[in-house]
Ligand binder design. Structure first.
Ligand SMILES: [Zn+2]
Length: 393
């Protein structure tokens, strides 16, 4: 379909847009600083992003940029609009991808979904999945509009696994194959470290590194408090976060050296969720909520412990009902496996980094049972014990 538009029409439309944004820019930012306006501005920002991506893809196809001597339309956009080449290229690619994703295009133009969604959807639509994508496009767009962003990322990963199981296993193998670590001494004798891990092995390293980092942070914090007193702030800490992580890696090496030969290595724990799929759909992910291909786990099976968690409803693990002060053992695992992340709707801290907390506090007679348990991150666990401002304050 060819649409012929008078240049004067285009000019008057962009002129009107400039006028509206001028008006917004003249307003005191505080006049726009309410929740409804922030939402409306984000929506319009996405709509403008969609219009721009489509225009850039059309510009790319029209090839008028060739007269400038630019090698590609992206190079022209990067040059004239002063954006990194990678951003220009992404915009061209997204604009092009929209031609094969009409429902995605419509939702982005309406501001119902944003550029991060469109990027993920475009990446999920491969030659192997194109047929399934066409069938499921409306459903995927609806998920993008409804789910919290990281839940959508997970749902789309599962969709890709189903649409192209072989491709998923192949890319998991590729990722494992691409693993690498380079440690080289630089001029002056310092060492540079650069590496890449597959999701399972990477999370093993990250988990230990995070744990050591937490330990060092606690020690730094205690020292800062001893020096400055209760008013200590992050700026009073001895080390910056990147410095602390470097020290955590050194600590990891020192502890590895200290381990006696033949010591028993920790073994991974696999939680097999029985019945979960019936209620909540497929699940194959690490404790940090990274979706992995089933094949990525096979190599670990001979070393792993397996626990069975039986669900008899979407939010109920067969209860063990032990009454004790702290959530431990089977009850704790049941709550963690059921909730998977911090209970607070704004929060996505995975269960492994959370506490299991009483919904009705223990001090008020709340039992230590699965039904009265929930997963809460440190922040949201502490937050509930603070006095709340009155509603509307
Ligand atoms: Zn939280």
């Amino acid at each position: 379909m060819a649409v012929v538009v008078d240049a004067a029409v285009t000019q008057s439309v962009t002129g009107a847009l400039v006028g509206v944004i001028d008006e917004l820019a003249r307003l005191d930012p505080l006049a726009l600083a309410d929740g409804a306006t922030i939402e409306a501005l984000h929506r319009q920002l996405e709509r403008l992003g969609a219009v721009t991506a489509r225009a850039v893809a059309g510009f790319d196809a029209g090839r008028t940029w060739e007269t400038s001597g630019a090698r590609t339309a992206s190079a022209w956009v990067s040059w004239r609009c002063h954006v990194p080449l990678a951003s220009a290229r992404r915009r061209v690619q997204l604009g092009r991808a929209l031609r094969h994703m009409p429902a995605v295009e419509a939702a982005w133009l309406a501001g119902d979904i944003g550029e991060p969604h469109v990027g993920l959807l475009a990446a999920a639509r491969t030659p192997a999945t194109a047929g399934h994508f066409e069938r499921d496009e409306a459903m995927l767009v609806a998920l993008a509009g409804d789910l919290r962003h990281h839940h959508f990322v997970r749902a789309l990963a599962y969709w890709s696994q189903r649409a192209d199981p072989d491709g998923t296993e192949r890319s998991a193998e590729d990722r494992h194959h691409e693993r690498s670590l380079r440690m080289s001494s630089t001029f002056g004798g310092a060492w540079a470290l650069n590496g890449l891990f597959d999701p399972v092995n990477g999370s093993i390293v990250a988990e230990v590194l995070n744990k050591l980092d937490d330990e060092l942070f606690e020690a730094d914090w205690a020292r800062a408090k001893a020096r400055v007193g209760e008013g200590a702030r992050v700026s009073d800490l001895d080390r910056a976060p990147a410095q602390r992580r470097a020290d955590a890696l050194v600590e990891m090496a020192r502890r590895a050296m200290a381990m006696p030969a033949g010591a028993r290595l920790p073994e991974p724990l696999f939680s097999v969720l029985v019945g979960y799929e019936t209620f909540a759909g497929r699940i194959c992910e690490l404790a940090n909520a990274t979706v992995v291909a089933p094949g990525a786990l096979v190599g670990w099976l001979d070393r792993a412990w397996v626990e069975r968690v039986v669900f008899d409803g979407p939010s109920r693990v067969t209860d063990v009902g032990v009454r004790q002060r702290l959530f431990t053992g089977a009850t704790r695992r049941a709550v963690e496996q059921r909730d998977r992340e911090c209970f607070h709707e704004t929060c996505d801290v995975p269960a492994q980094d959370c506490e299991v907390d009483h919904i009705v506090p223990w001090s008020e007679g709340g039992p230590t049972t699965q039904a009265n348990g929930r997963v809460a991150c440190g922040f949201h666990n502490r937050e509930r014990h603070k006095p709340r401002p009155p509603p509307g304050a």
